[in-house]
Design a protein around this ligand. Structure first.
Ligand code: ATP
Length: 219
């Protein structure tokens, strides 16, 4: 077993955070033997328009939702960044801070993996971190877009390489059929989606009157 610290990175809009994010974070930490997992809310998301909650509110909801989770911390570095929020910049910053030895592991649901070739400097990500991917309910890991499939062919491994970066691994998690989009829609319909969201996050949403006026989206 390597003594190299393993630092996971889980980025997302978290608008709002839900039980799928929590299940993903827990599964990743256990399956990958992470020493720490950084939850990084995106600042100005360049791929998603229509983010409803403010950056500060999304960070506060993440804090509330993950409070007491061992080894997990909310990292708000992207929120302070001016201009679009690129994962490659975040990984470069973390690499500079954590040094050359630590293993950085970027955790991705299958929707994000499928989309990877649209990310800024996506082919350079593997130079900064390992990629650890899992199936998100109903979004297959098979039949990946060709450029992503080529990346997986080149870097896929049974387990994380004993290296700071460079391998792609897959881990499993129980399917959790929820998305922030569906949760926002349920809240906009005036429902009480207590099974989809941590009680502390729901409390924050109610207290700040969030998501009441969103147009219900189908998801
Ligand atoms: P939205 O519906 O607003 O697009 P989302 O539910 O997809 O949001 P994000 O904050 O964009 O949530 O997701 C952050 C990360 O969490 C991504 O890697 C995504 O694949 C993963 N993720 C989100 N929901 C689930 C889920 N139910 N199961 C597994 N992974 C998930």
């Amino acid at each position: 077993m390597s003594a190299r610290p393993r630092i996971g990175v889980l980025g997302g809009t978290f608008d709002p955070p839900h039980v799928g994010h929590l299940a993903l974070a827990r599964a990743a930490r256990a399956a990958l033997g992470l020493d720490a997992l950084r939850l990084i809310p995106t600042g100005a998301s360049w791929q998603k328009s229509g983010v409803v909650a403010s950056a500060a509110q999304r960070a506060a909801m993440l804090q509330a939702g993950f409070a007491g989770e061992p080894g997990m911390m909310v990292d708000t570095r992207e929120l302070a960044r001016v201009g679009p929020s690129y994962t490659i910049d975040t990984l470069a910053e973390l690499r500079a801070e954590l040094g050359t030895e630590a293993a950085l592991i970027l955790v991705l649901g299958s929707d994000q993996l499928r989309n990877l070739a649209t990310w800024h400097r996506w082919e350079s990500l593997i130079g900064f971190a390992h990629l650890a991917c899992t199936q998100r309910e109903r979004v297959p890991l098979s039949g990946l877009p060709e450029p992503v499939e080529r990346l997986v062919q080149a870097h896929g491994a049974q387990r994380l390489a004993d290296a700071p970066a460079g391998s792609i691994v897959f881990f499993s998690m129980p399917p959790v059929p929820v998305s922030s989009t569906a949760l926002r829609a349920a809240l906009a319909r005036g429902e009480d989606p207590a099974e989809l969201v941590a009680p502390a996050v729901l409390h924050y949403i109610r207290q700040h009157h969030l998501y009441r006026g969103c147009a219900p989206a189908s998801d």
